[in-house]
Structure formats: structure tokens, C-alpha cells
Design a protein around this ligand. Structure first.
Ligand code: HSE
Length: 458
């Protein structure tokens, strides 16, 4: 049986999971793929800590370069994380004509375009299913299953840590810091949890999905990002009263008829009746709206050792099948030896599915709509002095900017001091809302900056 040699770089949580699957599921993998996946190296600076895995002699090494430079290695799996050493190893491996698999969403979001170019130039594959949504096959679904669709929108809960925190606050009244600590203890959070809590991890994932959905270059810089650190239990309770749940959503919309796309990450109120509102704990989910299929929803574990390792294995299996297909083509025809050289310089010959879902020549730079230009409904919470005429001033300012109010609730009554006033607007342009709120905040009767949460009421 044909043997494909694999080197894993980084034996942390996910690296150990991938090694375990390769060893423990060897028979299943062989019977499904038709090749033997041989774990040739696992490279990690720390070879002393017990990972609970019995490696064959010479497999567990400290020098990643040994694996990258070994001509027998077919696939390098980068699971070190970060954007420095990991990037160098990936680029070197691609230049050495090795296929590369990674789960490193931060790296792809920042350097994906150049890494993809390097892979294409070297006629090898670069695969990253595990970078978005853990075990949910969202990249495969968009690139392959929905190949005949124009994607209208993608709406996802893509960060398990934030979803866990919001669920704990909403269902148990758990304090934010305690919920974060629990998420960290469960191994969901990034090494730097700021990336989770402030929405950047979701943005990295959204940058990847947006690129493969619309045939555009990966663009992280222009994605608007807000995290959940300013969400209060009070807003979660008010949201429930209005029939909404608050989720950190990654939203991408096709506005190609106007020459742009939307891509934004922020806490969002969604109707409690929506399936996404019931995605709780560390679970992830994504809804893909496409022209032929309508709405498709994926739901699954977005983080954790084995779910993420499972996604890495799906990439390894795809690449192994591609290698087999090229081998078969080579043996079928003597003429193929000539063609094979041609194919090596042409990604669509070497890899069945283009890395970013579209043929490289069709990938464009498409602008992301500035957040000020989006149009949606808004939840606005003000602390307002409870005096006659205050509400009419507020509604007057909103009205003068063309912002129509759907409902207003004053919560409680106080002779001295502010009371919460909560409003839901009809659809409005973000820049009008921002200008109106600035004006409202300057009123004497408004002692604090208003809180705003966008509503997606599909
Ligand atoms: N920190 C990420 C999360 C891990 O919480 O979802 C998976 O990418």
C-alpha cells in the first residue's frame, strides 16, 4: 500500500490530538483513504513532557527543520500557532514542495495571500479546514458542496470562548471573569484570550470565510471588530425582554451588485426564535445563505483537542487522495511525465480544489463596506435623567437624522438620578446613528455614553 509520510510541527493540544488520531485510527483511515498515513515526525521544542502517546523510535524530535528538509515527508502539519516561527516553517515546507496543513487562522488572516501564492508556485496544496469552526466542515462546504452557488451571506458563531462566556452570563448570571477563566480551563481560549474576548479570533475566521465565499483576497484589515467585554448582564436581560439573545456574530454579506462585501464581527441581538440563538456553551454554528440552496446551517464543536484534530485529518485525507490521483495519472500514461511537470506549476492540476475556492486568476480585491455605511436595526440603552421633556429631546435628535423608533421602554422611575431608557430602532444607516448618539450624549440629561448593540432581525 502506498505510504504518505506526515510530519507534525507542534505537539500541544491539537498536535497531540492529530498524532493520536493518526496512530489510533490508522486502520480506519487506511480503509477509507486507500493509503497508509505514516506519522514520520512530531517536532516540538519540548520532547520531555508526556503527551500520553507512544511514539515509534525517532518520531518525536526537537528539530522541526529535520522534518521540513526530509525528502520523504509528503505533508507538513503546522500546529505551533503564532505568526513568526510558524510562518517561516510553512513557507520553507512549501518551498521544499511539501503539502502543508494548518489550523493557524491568525497566520492565514495576516499572510494567507502570500502563503497561497507560494503554494501555487511550488505546485503543492495548502489546507486549513481546522482554522474555522473546529470540526464543522465549513470550508469544505463553501468550496466544494456549494460550488454551484453564489453565496449571499454567512452568519456565524465562530468563537467558543465568547459563546461560552455569554451563555454563562445569560443562563447562570456568572460574572464575566469567572466565565472566561472556566473557558480557559476547558482549553477553548487562545494563548492570549484578548483575541477571543475582543472579537479578533472571530475576525480571523471571518476573513478566511469571506475570501472563499466571494472569490476575493483575504482581507483582515478592513473587517470591523468589536468584542464582548462591554456587554453587561443588564443588556442581556433587556435583550430577553425584547425577545432577543445576544451573540458574538461574524457576519459577511454579498453586496457585489454595489461592488463590495460586508464583513463585521460584533455582539448582535438576534430573535430568540432563530436556531443561532440556541447555540450555547462553547459550540459554534454557521448559517450560509446561498442562491440555489437557500439556508444551510452547520453546528459543532468549535474548539478542543479531538474536534480540531478531526478537521486537520480531513485535510490530510484530501491531500493524500490528491497525491494518489496524481500517482494514478502518472502511471496511466507515459506522456504524463511531461504533463506532470506542467501540472506541478498549475494548482488546479495538482490539487483538486483551488486553495481559496476559486481559480487563482479569478480572485479579486473586493472592498469591504465601511461599518459606517451598513444599515441595520439598533438597540440603544441610555442612562437618562427622569425629567419631563428629556425623551422628546432624544427622539427629536433621532428623528432629525431619519432614525425611526420601533419601541421605547423606560425602566423604573427616579426623582434624582438617571434611569435606563431602552430603544429599538427600525433599520437605519450606522453613520446617522453614530452622529445622533454623539449629539444625545452631549445633552445635560444624559450622564453616560449610550450603549448600542446592532440587531440582525432576519
Ligand atoms: N479560541 C478559539 C475559540 C479556539 O474559543 O473558539 C478555536 O479556534
Amino acid at each position: 500500500m502506498r505510504q504518505i509520510n506526515i510530519a507534525i510541527l507542534g505537539c500541544g493540544v491539537v498536535g497531540s490530538g492529530v498524532a493520536k488520531l493518526l496512530i489510533e485510527k490508522q486502520q480506519l483511515l487506511e480503509s477509507r483513504i486507500g493509503v497508509s498515513l505514516n506519522l514520520k515526525y512530531v517536532a516540538d521544542l519540548d520532547t520531555k513532557t508526556d503527551r500520553g502517546i507512544k511514539f515509534k523510535d525517532g518520531v518525536f524530535i526537537s528539530d522541526a527543520n529535520k522534518a521540513i528538509n526530509d525528502p520523504d515527508v509528503d505533508i507538513v502539519v503546522e500546529l505551533i500557532g503564532g505568526k513568526t516561527i510558524a510562518k517561516d516553517f510553512i513557507v520553507k515546507a512549501l518551498q521544499n514542495a511539501k503539502h502543508v496543513v494548518t489550523a493557524n487562522k491568525a497566520l492565514i488572516a495576516s499572510y494567507g495571500n502570500t502563503i497561497v501564492k507560494t503554494a501555487i508556485e511550488n505546485g503543492v496544496d495548502f489546507a486549513f479546514e481546522a482554522s474555522v469552526g473546529g470540526c464543522m466542515p465549513v470550508i469544505k462546504s463553501i468550496r466544494e458542496s456549494l460550488v454551484a452557488n453564489h453565496i449571499n451571506s454567512i452568519t456565524g458563531i465562530l468563537n467558543g470562548t465568547c459563546n461560552y462566556i455569554l451563555t454563562k452570563i445569560s443562563q447562570e448570571g456568572c460574572p464575566f471573569d469567572l466565565a472566561l477563566k472556566e473557558a480557559q480551563n476547558r482549553g477553548y481560549a487562545e494563548a492570549d484570550p484578548f483575541l477571543d474576548v475582543e472579537g479578533h479570533d472571530s475576525a480571523h475566521k471571518l476573513a478566511i470565510l469571506t475570501a472563499i465565499a466571494y472569490g476575493m483576497e483575504i482581507n483582515i484589515e478592513d473587517i470591523h471588530v468589536e468584542g464582548i467585554s462591554k456587554i453587561t448582564p443588564m443588556d442581556i436581560e433587556f435583550a430577553k425582554e425584547f425577545g432577543y439573545a445576544i451573540k458574538l456574530l461574524a457576519i459577511s454579506k454579498n453586496c457585489l451588485d454595489k461592488g463590495s462585501v460586508e464583513a463585521r464581527v460584533h455582539p448582535t441581538m438576534i430573535p430568540i426564535a432563530l436556531p443561532l440563538a440556541h447555540v450555547n456553551g462553547s459550540m459554534n454554528a454557521v448559517t450560509i445563505n446561498a442562491d440555489a440552496t437557500g439556508e444551510t446551517m452547520l453546528y459543532g464543536a468549535g474548539a478542543g483537542m479531538m474536534p480540531t484534530a478531526s478537521a486537520v485529518l480531513s485535510d490530510i485525507a484530501d491531500i493524500a487522495r490528491n497525491i494518489m490521483a496524481v500517482d494514478i495519472a502518472d502511471t496511466k500514461s507515459a506522456v504524463m511525465s511531461e504533463n506532470r511537470i506542467n501540472m506541478a506549476s498549475n494548482i488546479s492540476g495538482r490539487t483538486r480544489v483551488p486553495i481559496l475556492g476559486f481559480q487563482a486568476k479569478n480572485i479579486r480585491k473586493i472592498p469591504i463596506l465601511p461599518i459606517t455605511d451598513i444599515s441595520t436595526c439598533y438597540y440603544i440603552r441610555l442612562a437618562a435623567e427622569d425629567h419631563p421633556g428629556v425623551l422628546s429631546k432624544i427622539t427629536g435628535i433621532l428623528g432629525s437624522r431619519g432614525i425611526s423608533i420601533q419601541s421605547v421602554h423606560q425602566k423604573g422611575r427616579r426623582e434624582n438620578g438617571p434611569v435606563p431608557v431602552v430603544m429599538i430602532t427600525h433599520r437605519a444607516i450606522e453613520k446617522d446613528v453614530q452622529l445622533a448618539l454623539k449629539e444625545i450624549a452631549s445633552l445635560d440629561a444624559i450622564p453616560e455614553m449610550p450603549v448600542v448593540i446592532r440587531i440582525e432581525d432576519y
